[in-house]
Write a protein that binds this ligand. Structure first.
Ligand code: UD1
Length: 430
Protein backbone atom coordinates (compact mmCIF):
# COMPACT_ATOMS: atom_id res chain seq x y z
CA UNK A 1 0.00 0.00 0.00
CA UNK A 2 1.39 3.37 -1.00
CA UNK A 3 2.03 6.03 1.62
CA UNK A 4 3.62 9.45 1.80
CA UNK A 5 6.44 9.84 4.31
CA UNK A 6 7.13 13.48 5.11
CA UNK A 7 9.85 15.09 7.13
CA UNK A 8 8.38 18.40 8.20
CA UNK A 9 9.77 21.71 9.27
CA UNK A 10 11.13 23.08 5.98
CA UNK A 11 9.53 26.27 4.64
CA UNK A 12 8.48 25.63 1.03
CA UNK A 13 10.25 27.95 -1.39
CA UNK A 14 10.54 28.43 -5.14
CA UNK A 15 7.94 27.89 -7.84
CA UNK A 16 5.18 25.44 -8.61
CA UNK A 17 3.08 25.17 -11.77
CA UNK A 18 -0.61 24.35 -11.45
CA UNK A 19 -2.31 21.89 -13.80
CA UNK A 20 -5.73 21.88 -15.46
CA UNK A 21 -8.86 21.97 -13.32
CA UNK A 22 -10.03 18.44 -12.50
CA UNK A 23 -13.65 19.38 -11.94
CA UNK A 24 -13.84 21.40 -15.16
CA UNK A 25 -12.15 18.56 -17.04
CA UNK A 26 -14.71 16.02 -15.80
CA UNK A 27 -17.58 18.07 -17.22
CA UNK A 28 -15.72 18.84 -20.42
CA UNK A 29 -14.82 15.19 -21.09
CA UNK A 30 -18.47 14.19 -20.72
CA UNK A 31 -19.55 17.07 -22.98
CA UNK A 32 -16.97 15.96 -25.56
CA UNK A 33 -19.09 12.90 -26.39
CA UNK A 34 -21.98 15.15 -27.46
CA UNK A 35 -20.61 15.52 -30.99
CA UNK A 36 -19.59 12.90 -33.53
CA UNK A 37 -16.64 15.07 -34.61
CA UNK A 38 -13.19 14.92 -33.05
CA UNK A 39 -12.62 17.11 -30.01
CA UNK A 40 -9.10 18.09 -29.00
CA UNK A 41 -8.60 18.94 -25.32
CA UNK A 42 -5.43 20.41 -23.76
CA UNK A 43 -4.31 21.10 -20.21
CA UNK A 44 -5.98 17.93 -18.98
CA UNK A 45 -4.77 16.97 -15.49
CA UNK A 46 -3.25 13.49 -15.35
CA UNK A 47 -5.08 12.31 -12.21
CA UNK A 48 -7.05 9.19 -11.37
CA UNK A 49 -10.55 10.64 -11.64
CA UNK A 50 -9.80 11.86 -15.15
CA UNK A 51 -8.31 8.54 -16.18
CA UNK A 52 -11.38 6.70 -14.88
CA UNK A 53 -13.59 9.07 -16.87
CA UNK A 54 -11.56 8.43 -20.04
CA UNK A 55 -11.79 4.66 -19.51
CA UNK A 56 -15.56 4.96 -19.19
CA UNK A 57 -15.77 7.06 -22.35
CA UNK A 58 -13.80 4.50 -24.28
CA UNK A 59 -15.87 1.69 -22.75
CA UNK A 60 -19.10 3.03 -24.32
CA UNK A 61 -17.48 3.04 -27.75
CA UNK A 62 -15.91 6.48 -28.21
CA UNK A 63 -12.37 6.67 -29.53
CA UNK A 64 -9.99 8.12 -26.94
CA UNK A 65 -6.60 9.10 -28.23
CA UNK A 66 -4.22 10.23 -25.50
CA UNK A 67 -1.79 12.39 -27.47
CA UNK A 68 0.32 13.08 -24.42
CA UNK A 69 -0.11 13.26 -20.68
CA UNK A 70 -2.15 16.47 -20.85
CA UNK A 71 -3.78 16.23 -24.26
CA UNK A 72 -6.53 13.98 -25.48
CA UNK A 73 -8.64 13.65 -28.61
CA UNK A 74 -12.09 12.12 -28.36
CA UNK A 75 -14.24 11.02 -31.27
CA UNK A 76 -17.63 9.83 -30.13
CA UNK A 77 -19.15 8.84 -33.47
CA UNK A 78 -18.90 5.17 -32.53
CA UNK A 79 -20.87 5.18 -29.28
CA UNK A 80 -22.81 1.93 -29.29
CA UNK A 81 -24.10 1.91 -25.78
CA UNK A 82 -25.91 4.57 -23.78
CA UNK A 83 -25.56 2.40 -20.70
CA UNK A 84 -22.32 3.28 -18.92
CA UNK A 85 -20.42 0.43 -17.28
CA UNK A 86 -20.68 0.31 -13.48
CA UNK A 87 -17.21 -0.77 -12.56
CA UNK A 88 -15.41 2.23 -13.95
CA UNK A 89 -17.90 4.85 -13.27
CA UNK A 90 -19.19 3.99 -9.84
CA UNK A 91 -15.81 5.07 -8.54
CA UNK A 92 -16.21 8.74 -9.40
CA UNK A 93 -18.75 11.34 -8.53
CA UNK A 94 -18.74 13.02 -11.93
CA UNK A 95 -20.18 9.94 -13.59
CA UNK A 96 -23.47 11.82 -13.32
CA UNK A 97 -22.33 14.03 -16.21
CA UNK A 98 -22.90 11.12 -18.56
CA UNK A 99 -26.63 11.44 -17.90
CA UNK A 100 -26.79 15.02 -19.25
CA UNK A 101 -24.41 14.31 -22.13
CA UNK A 102 -26.07 11.08 -23.33
CA UNK A 103 -29.60 12.31 -22.75
CA UNK A 104 -28.83 15.48 -24.75
CA UNK A 105 -27.27 13.61 -27.65
CA UNK A 106 -29.19 10.31 -27.80
CA UNK A 107 -32.26 11.19 -25.67
CA UNK A 108 -31.41 8.04 -23.76
CA UNK A 109 -29.05 7.34 -20.84
CA UNK A 110 -28.47 4.67 -18.22
CA UNK A 111 -25.83 5.58 -15.66
CA UNK A 112 -25.11 4.09 -12.22
CA UNK A 113 -25.74 6.38 -9.27
CA UNK A 114 -22.50 8.23 -8.55
CA UNK A 115 -19.71 7.32 -6.11
CA UNK A 116 -16.86 9.68 -5.19
CA UNK A 117 -15.62 11.10 -1.90
CA UNK A 118 -17.65 10.24 1.17
CA UNK A 119 -18.10 13.76 2.48
CA UNK A 120 -21.78 13.58 3.27
CA UNK A 121 -25.04 12.67 1.64
CA UNK A 122 -24.86 13.76 -1.96
CA UNK A 123 -28.31 13.64 -3.55
CA UNK A 124 -28.82 14.32 -7.26
CA UNK A 125 -32.47 15.31 -7.05
CA UNK A 126 -31.78 18.72 -8.65
CA UNK A 127 -30.15 17.05 -11.68
CA UNK A 128 -33.17 14.80 -12.08
CA UNK A 129 -35.60 17.67 -11.60
CA UNK A 130 -33.87 19.50 -14.46
CA UNK A 131 -33.97 16.51 -16.82
CA UNK A 132 -37.65 15.95 -16.06
CA UNK A 133 -38.39 19.63 -16.75
CA UNK A 134 -36.77 19.17 -20.17
CA UNK A 135 -39.29 16.43 -20.88
CA UNK A 136 -37.34 13.30 -19.96
CA UNK A 137 -38.84 10.34 -18.22
CA UNK A 138 -36.41 9.66 -15.34
CA UNK A 139 -36.36 6.56 -13.13
CA UNK A 140 -33.97 4.95 -10.70
CA UNK A 141 -33.76 1.24 -11.44
CA UNK A 142 -31.29 -1.25 -9.94
CA UNK A 143 -28.90 1.43 -8.73
CA UNK A 144 -28.86 3.33 -12.01
CA UNK A 145 -30.49 6.47 -13.35
CA UNK A 146 -32.47 5.70 -16.48
CA UNK A 147 -33.45 8.82 -18.44
CA UNK A 148 -35.29 8.80 -21.75
CA UNK A 149 -37.13 11.31 -23.89
CA UNK A 150 -38.88 11.34 -27.25
CA UNK A 151 -37.63 14.89 -27.57
CA UNK A 152 -36.14 17.39 -25.15
CA UNK A 153 -37.90 20.73 -24.95
CA UNK A 154 -36.72 23.92 -23.29
CA UNK A 155 -37.87 24.80 -19.79
CA UNK A 156 -37.58 27.47 -17.11
CA UNK A 157 -35.84 25.68 -14.24
CA UNK A 158 -35.28 27.05 -10.76
CA UNK A 159 -32.76 25.03 -8.73
CA UNK A 160 -33.77 24.67 -5.08
CA UNK A 161 -30.12 24.43 -4.01
CA UNK A 162 -27.05 25.88 -5.67
CA UNK A 163 -25.41 22.83 -7.21
CA UNK A 164 -22.32 22.71 -9.40
CA UNK A 165 -23.15 19.25 -10.72
CA UNK A 166 -26.83 19.96 -11.46
CA UNK A 167 -26.02 23.24 -13.21
CA UNK A 168 -23.47 21.62 -15.55
CA UNK A 169 -25.53 18.51 -16.13
CA UNK A 170 -28.79 20.22 -17.02
CA UNK A 171 -26.90 22.84 -19.07
CA UNK A 172 -25.42 20.01 -21.17
CA UNK A 173 -28.75 18.35 -21.85
CA UNK A 174 -30.46 21.69 -22.59
CA UNK A 175 -27.80 22.49 -25.20
CA UNK A 176 -29.44 19.97 -27.53
CA UNK A 177 -33.06 20.63 -26.46
CA UNK A 178 -35.55 22.55 -28.58
CA UNK A 179 -35.96 26.20 -27.58
CA UNK A 180 -34.60 28.51 -24.88
CA UNK A 181 -33.94 27.01 -21.45
CA UNK A 182 -33.39 29.27 -18.47
CA UNK A 183 -31.58 27.98 -15.39
CA UNK A 184 -32.10 30.05 -12.27
CA UNK A 185 -30.21 29.88 -8.99
CA UNK A 186 -27.41 28.31 -11.03
CA UNK A 187 -23.96 27.72 -9.50
CA UNK A 188 -21.27 30.21 -10.59
CA UNK A 189 -18.04 28.26 -10.10
CA UNK A 190 -15.22 28.86 -12.61
CA UNK A 191 -15.62 25.35 -13.98
CA UNK A 192 -19.24 26.07 -14.93
CA UNK A 193 -18.00 28.92 -17.09
CA UNK A 194 -15.31 26.63 -18.52
CA UNK A 195 -17.79 23.89 -19.49
CA UNK A 196 -20.10 26.54 -21.01
CA UNK A 197 -17.21 28.03 -23.00
CA UNK A 198 -16.29 24.56 -24.19
CA UNK A 199 -19.86 23.80 -25.30
CA UNK A 200 -20.07 27.21 -27.02
CA UNK A 201 -16.85 26.40 -28.88
CA UNK A 202 -18.69 23.28 -30.13
CA UNK A 203 -21.56 25.41 -31.48
CA UNK A 204 -23.80 25.65 -28.40
CA UNK A 205 -25.48 28.92 -27.48
CA UNK A 206 -25.09 29.44 -23.73
CA UNK A 207 -25.16 32.89 -22.15
CA UNK A 208 -24.80 34.00 -18.54
CA UNK A 209 -22.60 31.18 -17.23
CA UNK A 210 -20.83 32.56 -14.16
CA UNK A 211 -24.00 34.38 -13.06
CA UNK A 212 -26.98 32.80 -11.34
CA UNK A 213 -29.12 32.87 -14.50
CA UNK A 214 -28.00 30.87 -17.51
CA UNK A 215 -29.83 31.06 -20.85
CA UNK A 216 -29.37 28.22 -23.30
CA UNK A 217 -30.72 28.36 -26.84
CA UNK A 218 -30.91 24.77 -27.96
CA UNK A 219 -29.07 23.80 -31.16
CA UNK A 220 -29.59 20.76 -33.37
CA UNK A 221 -26.01 19.56 -33.37
CA UNK A 222 -22.58 20.23 -31.90
CA UNK A 223 -19.28 20.12 -33.80
CA UNK A 224 -15.62 19.40 -33.08
CA UNK A 225 -13.35 21.88 -31.32
CA UNK A 226 -9.96 22.51 -29.77
CA UNK A 227 -10.04 23.63 -26.18
CA UNK A 228 -7.68 24.25 -23.28
CA UNK A 229 -8.96 23.66 -19.73
CA UNK A 230 -8.60 26.40 -17.07
CA UNK A 231 -6.08 26.01 -14.22
CA UNK A 232 -7.18 24.21 -11.08
CA UNK A 233 -8.36 26.64 -8.43
CA UNK A 234 -8.17 24.05 -5.66
CA UNK A 235 -4.71 22.75 -6.50
CA UNK A 236 -3.53 26.38 -6.51
CA UNK A 237 -5.26 27.07 -3.19
CA UNK A 238 -3.69 23.95 -1.67
CA UNK A 239 -0.18 25.21 -2.54
CA UNK A 240 -1.11 28.67 -1.21
CA UNK A 241 -1.98 27.12 2.14
CA UNK A 242 1.18 25.02 2.00
CA UNK A 243 3.28 28.18 1.62
CA UNK A 244 1.47 29.89 4.51
CA UNK A 245 1.49 26.88 6.87
CA UNK A 246 5.21 26.17 6.38
CA UNK A 247 6.07 29.90 6.59
CA UNK A 248 7.47 29.58 3.09
CA UNK A 249 7.60 31.75 -0.01
CA UNK A 250 6.05 30.20 -3.12
CA UNK A 251 5.36 31.52 -6.58
CA UNK A 252 2.33 29.60 -7.80
CA UNK A 253 2.20 29.76 -11.60
CA UNK A 254 -0.47 29.09 -14.22
CA UNK A 255 -3.38 30.31 -12.12
CA UNK A 256 -6.25 32.76 -12.60
CA UNK A 257 -5.84 35.02 -9.54
CA UNK A 258 -9.50 36.12 -9.69
CA UNK A 259 -10.57 32.51 -8.98
CA UNK A 260 -8.43 32.52 -5.84
CA UNK A 261 -9.77 35.73 -4.29
CA UNK A 262 -11.60 34.14 -1.36
CA UNK A 263 -8.48 32.17 -0.40
CA UNK A 264 -6.19 35.16 -0.93
CA UNK A 265 -8.45 37.33 1.26
CA UNK A 266 -8.33 34.85 4.15
CA UNK A 267 -4.57 34.36 3.96
CA UNK A 268 -4.09 38.14 4.03
CA UNK A 269 -6.46 38.49 7.02
CA UNK A 270 -4.20 36.00 8.79
CA UNK A 271 -1.21 38.29 8.19
CA UNK A 272 0.36 36.56 5.18
CA UNK A 273 1.47 38.39 2.06
CA UNK A 274 -0.13 37.50 -1.25
CA UNK A 275 1.12 39.15 -4.43
CA UNK A 276 -1.01 38.82 -7.56
CA UNK A 277 0.43 38.74 -11.06
CA UNK A 278 -1.34 38.17 -14.40
CA UNK A 279 -1.13 34.38 -14.22
CA UNK A 280 0.56 33.73 -10.89
CA UNK A 281 0.33 34.45 -7.19
CA UNK A 282 3.13 34.59 -4.65
CA UNK A 283 2.38 33.65 -1.05
CA UNK A 284 4.82 34.64 1.66
CA UNK A 285 3.93 32.99 4.94
CA UNK A 286 4.15 35.27 7.99
CA UNK A 287 6.06 33.89 10.97
CA UNK A 288 3.18 34.80 13.27
CA UNK A 289 -0.31 34.38 11.82
CA UNK A 290 -3.66 35.48 13.23
CA UNK A 291 -6.88 33.53 13.67
CA UNK A 292 -9.86 34.17 11.42
CA UNK A 293 -13.26 32.65 10.67
CA UNK A 294 -14.28 30.82 7.51
CA UNK A 295 -17.64 29.78 6.14
CA UNK A 296 -17.80 27.62 3.05
CA UNK A 297 -20.23 28.88 0.42
CA UNK A 298 -20.88 28.46 -3.29
CA UNK A 299 -18.54 30.54 -5.51
CA UNK A 300 -17.49 33.33 -5.09
CA UNK A 301 -17.62 32.32 -1.42
CA UNK A 302 -14.92 30.27 0.25
CA UNK A 303 -14.78 26.83 -1.47
CA UNK A 304 -15.69 23.75 0.55
CA UNK A 305 -12.88 21.95 -1.31
CA UNK A 306 -10.38 24.27 0.46
CA UNK A 307 -11.88 23.93 3.94
CA UNK A 308 -9.55 21.18 5.30
CA UNK A 309 -6.37 22.79 3.92
CA UNK A 310 -7.35 26.13 5.46
CA UNK A 311 -8.24 24.48 8.79
CA UNK A 312 -4.70 23.05 8.95
CA UNK A 313 -3.26 26.49 8.22
CA UNK A 314 -5.49 28.09 10.89
CA UNK A 315 -4.33 25.46 13.38
CA UNK A 316 -0.91 27.09 13.20
CA UNK A 317 -2.24 30.63 13.73
CA UNK A 318 -2.59 32.43 17.05
CA UNK A 319 -5.98 32.38 18.74
CA UNK A 320 -9.28 30.64 18.07
CA UNK A 321 -10.74 30.31 14.57
CA UNK A 322 -14.18 29.08 13.58
CA UNK A 323 -14.73 27.10 10.41
CA UNK A 324 -18.35 26.62 9.30
CA UNK A 325 -19.00 23.97 6.66
CA UNK A 326 -22.27 24.83 4.96
CA UNK A 327 -22.08 22.63 1.84
CA UNK A 328 -21.34 19.05 2.98
CA UNK A 329 -22.14 17.69 6.44
CA UNK A 330 -19.37 15.14 6.73
CA UNK A 331 -16.30 17.12 5.92
CA UNK A 332 -14.47 17.19 9.26
CA UNK A 333 -13.23 13.60 9.28
CA UNK A 334 -9.63 14.78 9.18
CA UNK A 335 -10.00 16.39 12.62
CA UNK A 336 -9.36 13.10 14.47
CA UNK A 337 -6.28 12.52 12.32
CA UNK A 338 -4.98 16.01 13.07
CA UNK A 339 -5.52 15.36 16.79
CA UNK A 340 -2.84 12.63 16.52
CA UNK A 341 -0.48 15.35 15.36
CA UNK A 342 -1.37 17.65 18.27
CA UNK A 343 -4.17 19.56 16.53
CA UNK A 344 -6.73 21.12 18.86
CA UNK A 345 -10.05 21.22 17.00
CA UNK A 346 -13.53 20.65 18.40
CA UNK A 347 -16.42 19.94 16.08
CA UNK A 348 -20.00 20.89 16.98
CA UNK A 349 -22.40 20.10 14.15
CA UNK A 350 -21.13 21.90 11.08
CA UNK A 351 -18.71 24.16 12.97
CA UNK A 352 -15.11 23.39 13.84
CA UNK A 353 -13.52 25.49 16.58
CA UNK A 354 -9.78 25.57 16.10
CA UNK A 355 -7.43 26.56 18.90
CA UNK A 356 -4.09 27.53 17.42
CA UNK A 357 -1.02 25.49 18.40
CA UNK A 358 2.72 26.19 18.14
CA UNK A 359 3.33 23.31 15.76
CA UNK A 360 2.15 19.86 14.73
CA UNK A 361 4.21 16.83 15.69
CA UNK A 362 4.72 14.03 13.18
CA UNK A 363 2.43 10.96 13.43
CA UNK A 364 0.85 8.26 11.27
CA UNK A 365 -2.43 9.48 9.82
CA UNK A 366 -4.87 8.30 7.20
CA UNK A 367 -6.40 10.38 4.40
CA UNK A 368 -10.20 10.21 4.80
CA UNK A 369 -10.91 11.82 1.41
CA UNK A 370 -9.22 13.78 -1.37
CA UNK A 371 -8.97 17.32 0.05
CA UNK A 372 -8.60 16.19 3.65
CA UNK A 373 -5.71 14.01 2.46
CA UNK A 374 -4.01 17.04 0.94
CA UNK A 375 -4.59 18.92 4.20
CA UNK A 376 -2.83 16.16 6.17
CA UNK A 377 0.15 16.45 3.82
CA UNK A 378 0.27 20.19 4.56
CA UNK A 379 0.19 19.41 8.28
CA UNK A 380 3.03 16.91 7.80
CA UNK A 381 5.14 19.45 5.91
CA UNK A 382 4.70 21.97 8.72
CA UNK A 383 5.14 19.40 11.52
CA UNK A 384 8.18 18.54 13.58
CA UNK A 385 9.51 15.11 12.74
CA UNK A 386 8.15 12.44 10.42
CA UNK A 387 4.55 12.06 9.32
CA UNK A 388 3.18 9.06 7.44
CA UNK A 389 0.02 9.61 5.41
CA UNK A 390 -1.88 6.42 4.50
CA UNK A 391 -4.65 5.96 1.93
CA UNK A 392 -3.00 8.33 -0.52
CA UNK A 393 -5.07 6.87 -3.35
CA UNK A 394 -7.61 9.54 -2.40
CA UNK A 395 -5.04 12.28 -2.93
CA UNK A 396 -3.99 10.87 -6.29
CA UNK A 397 -7.58 11.18 -7.50
CA UNK A 398 -7.14 14.92 -7.72
CA UNK A 399 -3.48 16.00 -7.48
CA UNK A 400 -1.04 15.27 -10.27
CA UNK A 401 2.55 14.52 -9.20
CA UNK A 402 1.75 15.92 -5.76
CA UNK A 403 4.92 14.72 -4.09
CA UNK A 404 7.10 15.73 -7.03
CA UNK A 405 5.71 19.25 -7.05
CA UNK A 406 6.29 19.51 -3.28
CA UNK A 407 9.85 18.22 -3.63
CA UNK A 408 10.40 20.85 -6.33
CA UNK A 409 9.66 23.49 -3.66
CA UNK A 410 12.10 21.99 -1.18
CA UNK A 411 9.67 19.80 0.78
CA UNK A 412 10.98 16.49 2.09
CA UNK A 413 8.43 13.91 1.00
CA UNK A 414 8.55 10.48 -0.59
CA UNK A 415 5.95 8.09 -1.92
CA UNK A 416 6.80 4.62 -0.60
CA UNK A 417 5.14 1.24 -0.99
CA UNK A 418 6.74 -0.79 1.83
CA UNK A 419 8.01 -0.44 5.39
CA UNK A 420 11.48 -1.10 4.05
CA UNK A 421 11.26 1.82 1.62
CA UNK A 422 9.90 4.03 4.39
CA UNK A 423 12.77 3.11 6.72
CA UNK A 424 15.30 3.70 3.94
CA UNK A 425 13.88 7.17 3.26
CA UNK A 426 13.95 8.08 6.95
CA UNK A 427 17.56 6.97 7.20
CA UNK A 428 18.49 8.97 4.13
CA UNK A 429 16.93 12.27 5.24
CA UNK A 430 17.82 11.78 8.92
C1 UD1 B 1 -18.86 19.52 -6.95
C2 UD1 B 1 -17.40 19.18 -6.95
C3 UD1 B 1 -16.89 19.05 -5.51
C4 UD1 B 1 -17.24 20.29 -4.71
C5 UD1 B 1 -18.71 20.65 -4.84
C6 UD1 B 1 -19.07 21.97 -4.19
C7 UD1 B 1 -17.14 17.91 -8.98
C8 UD1 B 1 -16.95 16.59 -9.61
N1 UD1 B 1 -17.22 17.93 -7.65
O1 UD1 B 1 -19.55 18.44 -6.35
O2 UD1 B 1 -15.49 18.85 -5.55
O3 UD1 B 1 -16.96 20.04 -3.35
O4 UD1 B 1 -19.07 20.73 -6.23
O5 UD1 B 1 -18.29 23.01 -4.72
O6 UD1 B 1 -17.19 18.93 -9.64
N2 UD1 B 1 -27.28 18.97 -3.63
C9 UD1 B 1 -28.59 18.58 -3.51
N3 UD1 B 1 -29.21 18.04 -4.61
C10 UD1 B 1 -28.59 17.89 -5.80
C11 UD1 B 1 -27.24 18.29 -5.92
C12 UD1 B 1 -26.62 18.83 -4.81
O7 UD1 B 1 -29.19 18.70 -2.45
O8 UD1 B 1 -29.21 17.41 -6.76
C13 UD1 B 1 -26.58 19.57 -2.47
C14 UD1 B 1 -25.38 18.73 -2.01
O9 UD1 B 1 -25.76 17.74 -1.09
C15 UD1 B 1 -24.50 19.79 -1.39
C16 UD1 B 1 -24.77 21.02 -2.25
O10 UD1 B 1 -26.01 20.79 -2.90
O11 UD1 B 1 -24.91 20.07 -0.09
C17 UD1 B 1 -23.70 21.31 -3.28
O12 UD1 B 1 -23.46 20.16 -4.06
P1 UD1 B 1 -22.93 20.25 -5.56
O13 UD1 B 1 -22.53 21.65 -5.87
O14 UD1 B 1 -23.90 19.57 -6.44
O15 UD1 B 1 -21.63 19.37 -5.48
P2 UD1 B 1 -21.11 18.29 -6.50
O16 UD1 B 1 -21.50 18.67 -7.90
O17 UD1 B 1 -21.45 16.94 -6.00
Amino acid sequence: MEQFIIKGGTPLKGEVTIGGAKNAALGILAAAIMTDDTVHIDNLPDVRDINVMLEAISEIGAEVNRIDRHTVEITASGIRDVSVDDDFIRRIRASYYFIGALLGKYKDAKVPLPGGCNIGSRPIDQHLKGFKALGADVKIARGAVVARAERLTAAHIYFDVVSVGATINVMMAATLAEGRTILENAAKEPHIVDVANFLNSMGASIKGAGTDTIRIDGVKKLHGTEYSIIPDQIEAGTFMCMAAATRGNLLIKNVIPKHLESITAKLIEMGNEVEEYDEAVRVIGAKVQRHTDIKTLPYPGFPTDMQPQMAVTLSLAEGTSMVTESIFENRFKYVDELARMGGNIKVEGNVAVIDGIESFSGATVSAPDLRAGAALVIAGLAAQGFTTVDEIGYIQRGYECFEEKIKGCGGTIEKVDSDKAAAKFKLKVG
